[in-house]
Design a protein around this ligand. Structure first.
Ligand SMILES: *Cc1c(COP(=O)(O)O)cnc(C)c1O
Length: 467
């Protein structure tokens, strides 16, 4: 299995070679040169597998340059920190079932891919005899998932920038309570965009990047997208264990189009998915695209701070992987679309919009703060389940698309404990924290405070990077 770029300018590469970079050298995103397919018998055979075993099978279709027994060892290690079945399903009535993706160390779905990425990065670096220093910016979830997946590794270190004083107390504790030598928390005097600009400037300085072995694990990372395909197969298998093979629909609380892109790949691989429902919050640039065919990213000033903050995006980088399929895998047309975007601020596929649902099953909807509160309330009233605000966006939009006889699986992307204020606002309940969480919240914090200053950051990395 080889991987190519959506913009056509990359030599085909095996899985391991795509791990260490973010964008392909031509500015595009890595995609499988050919999508592997899974037939009905194989699906049935997979019913008996544990989550790590299933992950080995699915990942093995893509990571063909990694021996099977190595892959099996890595998936076992990646999902060992998860309790029970790794991904539990639970019904909340009205034809809806939650798919629990937030049982991992940081209580959000990004652990699902990041835990595997931590294993496979260390493995690939060992084989190459090299080291990697991850430089990233976070407003919360991504940074903590990366740090928890990479802590204590020998060949990878993490430099994670965050906006000083702008993360929740819970998010700060989750990151800053780590005291591993290879984890560097840097709180920048500024907002998230300032952090991201610092990362862009340093990663754009190719000499510095090479000298310091800098890399990224952001949401366009191919291995993350591939690792997320596994739980779509798992959820389909568990949802159809009793009734036998039948089509199901998924609703995905979405930001960067990363999670739902994995579902889109699963559907292309032949998993019987009827609809992929994209749920957006008020920052609904993707809902707009799927309803009209016009994609118009927003600027920082047009991006709202909402109560489902991990979906507060201005643009959705992974959408390029969908566009690549939409234009029949013609890299010229992808380049053209992104040229339009640069020149006029949008691109327009209005003529193709009916195909989004007909060919790919993708439909969409928007949820607001009032919807989140109402949904948290109604789910609590009918089931006593407390769902987090992102999952509530999903449940709200899922309800618009429930069909008789088609199970609707809603991805639970975080635990409510991360967003206790909104839960309290919705249902007046103070959530109980486990002993581990209370310890984490009270632990000493390790963070370096820094001005929004490129030179200070360079010096800090030079002094602390692995080499
Ligand atoms: C990251 C995140 C999302 C959005 O996922 P994308 O892959 O960016 O679409 C949704 N919910 C939570 C809790 C997240 O952390």
């Amino acid at each position: 299995m080889q991987f190519i770029s959506t913009r056509g300018g990359m030599q085909p590469q095996p899985f391991s070679e795509t791990l260490l970079e973010g964008l392909a050298p031509d500015g595009g995103l890595a995609v499988p040169a050919e999508m592997p397919t899974v037939d009905t018998e194989t699906l049935e055979r997979w019913r008996a597998l544990t989550y790590p075993q299933l992950a080995t099978e699915v990942l093995g279709l893509f990571a063909t340059d990694i021996p099977r027994e190595d892959l099996a060892r890595m998936t076992e290690a990646a999902y060992a920190p998860f309790p029970g079945d790794v991904v539990p399903l639970r019904s909340i009535g009205d034809g809806l079932t939650l798919v629990g993706l937030s049982e991992g160390p940081t209580l959000a779905f990004k652990d699902m891919a990041m835990q595997f990425l931590g294993q496979v990065l260390e493995y690939a670096l060992e084989r190459k005899g090299s080291v990697l220093n991850i430089l990233g910016a976070t407003s919360g979830d991504t940074g903590s998932a990366a740090e928890h997946a990479l802590r204590g590794k020998d060949r990878v270190s993490v430099f994670m920038l965050s906006p000083q004083g702008r993360m929740s107390a819970f998010q700060r504790a989750q990151m800053f309570s780590l005291d591993d030598d290879n984890v560097h928390n840097i709180a920048i005097e500024g907002v998230f965009d300032d952090c991201q600009n610092l990362v862009k400037r340093l990663a754009g300085d190719l000499d510095f990047k090479r000298a310091q072995n800098l890399g990224a694990v952001n949401s366009i990372n191919l291995a993350r997208i591939i690792a997320q395909i596994v739980y779509y197969f798992w959820a389909w298998l568990r949802a159809t264990d009793a009734e036998g093979p039948t089509e199901v629909s998924f609703t995905v609380p979405s930001g960067n189009f990363g999670n739902i892109c994995s579902g889109f790949f699963a559907k292309q691989m032949g998993l019987p998915i009827r609809r992929l429902v994209l749920a957006a919050n008020e920052n609904n640039v993707l809902d707009e695209f799927f309803r009209t065919g016009v994609y118009r990213p927003r600027n920082a000033a047009q991006t709202l701070a909402t109560s489902s903050p991990s979906m507060d995006i201005s643009k959705a980088s992974n959408l390029e992987r969908f566009i690549f399929e939409l234009v029949g895998r013609d890299p010229e047309r992808v380049v053209e679309a992104w040229r339009d975007l640069d020149e006029q601020g949008y691109f327009d596929f209005a003529g193709d919009q009916p195909r989004f649902a007909l060919e790919y099953g993708i439909v969409s909807g928007t949820s607001t703060h009032a919807d989140r509160l109402e949904t948290i309330r109604s789910v609590y009233a009918s089931t006593e389940e407390i769902i987090d605000p992102h999952t509530a966006d999903g449940v709200k939009v899922a309800r618009q698309y429930v069909e008789e006889g088609v199970p609707m699986l809603v991805l639970e992307t975080a635990k409510p404990h991360k967003f206790a204020e909104t839960i309290n606002e919705a249902i007046g309940v103070e959530l109980d924290y486990s002993k581990e969480l209370r310890e984490m919240l009270g632990a000493p914090q390790h963070v370096t405070e820094m001005a929004d200053d490129e030179h200070a950051l360079r010096a800090f990395i030079e002094a602390n990077a692995l080499r």
